[in-house]
Design a protein around this ligand. Structure first.
Ligand code: CP
Ligand code: NVA
Length: 310
């Protein structure tokens, strides 16, 4: 594995499977890892809000005998009185590993390039690799396999979670169908789409981009959606975006096009009656909290591997 985890696309299929296998071991027997990160410190840099990412990383460090520092950019000189590079170089003298949630993907790369310790992308406007590692562990648990599983993603596809899903699914041999409105503002980054198609060729999977929600969901094993109002989208766009994305709302009528045993996923935070209806997210097919739980296991595994403890 490379020093940092910036994007899933930098991992091989075998590296992803190794993270998931270790995450399964940790989940089955967490006590076995209770001192694995003794005397190690994680710096957690946050430029955007978070519930799951903050809690799962901090709890992960505590449960493995280490320590985590929450560092809010609002109370930091970074980007104002201090450059990203100087922050990275200074922090590397104190801590063993860094995770950062930032707006700019380029700034995250700059942080990683200037840090001598591993840096983990904890979400940028462009990608969210940690989310997809947790999602893949959850899908494998529920479906018993990844190869040949079809995931349908609905809604905002010019989106960090969509980009990492495209990379992650195609690397492990899952089919992925995206349904979104027409237009560059709503479609995935074209470079990511091309990369995913290349990965799919190697793993024998399929990538489909369509404007039809029904077509994407047809025979899907997993139906996935994400917020129409990601953290970086200005609030004044809410009204316009609700109208544009409404045809892609996951409701029970749409779920009926998927396989009868399909599961529903959302990385959370979720808004009921927006990207999905309450009967779907609160219904029997929903696995959103299992998905949230596995962020803890996969990130513990990731930190152990990046720190070369495992
Ligand atoms: N899914 C996720 O990353 O949630 P938070 O924004 O709460 O961290
Ligand atoms: N696309 C969402 C993911 C939240 C975890 C956002 O960026 O807000």
């Amino acid at each position: 594995m490379e020093k940092d985890l910036i994007d899933i696309s930098q991992l091989t299929r075998n590296e992803i499977i190794a993270i998931l296998d270790l995450a399964d071991q940790i989940k089955a027997n967490p006590n076995r890892f209770s001192v694995s990160l003794k005397e190690k410190t994680l710096l957690m840099i946050f430029e955007k809000p978070s519930l799951r990412t903050r809690l799962s990383f901090e709890v992960g460090m505590t449960q493995m005998g280490g320590h985590a520092i929450y560092y809010d950019i609002a109370s930091s000189p970074m980007g104002k009185k201090e450059s990203v590079a100087d922050t990275a170089k200074t922090a590397s003298r104190y801590v063993d590993i860094i995770m950062a949630r930032m707006f700019s993907h380029e700034q995250l790369i700059e942080l990683a390039q200037n840090a001598s310790v591993p840096v983990i992308n904890a979400l940028t406007d462009f990608s969210h690799p940690c989310q997809i590692l947790g999602d893949l562990q959850t899908i494998r648990e529920k479906k018993g396999k990844l190869i040949g599983i079809k995931l349908a993603y609905l809604g905002d596809s010019n989106n960090n979670v969509t980009h990492s899903l495209l990379h992650g699914c195609t690397l492990v041999g899952m089919d992925i169908s995206l349904a979104c409105p027409k237009g560059k503002a709503y479609e995935p980054n074209s470079k990511v789409l091309e990369e995913a198609k290349r990965f799919a060729k190697v793993s024998g999977s399929k990538v489909v981009l369509t404007n039809s929600a029904e077509e994407a969901v047809k025979e899907a094993d997993v139906v996935y959606t994400d917020s129409w109002m990601s953290y970086h989208i200005p609030v004044d766009q809410n009204e316009k975006r609700v109208k544009i994305f409404k045809p892609y709302q996951v409701n029970s009528k749409l779920m009926a096009h998927a396989k009868p045993d399909a599961v529903f996923m959302n990385c959370l935070p979720a808004m009921r009656d927006m990207e999905q209806t309450p009967e779907v997210i609160d219904g029997p097919q929903s696995i959103v909290f299992d998905q949230a739980e596995n962020r803890l296991n996969t990130q513990k595994a990731l930190m152990l591997l990046l720190l070369k403890v495992k």
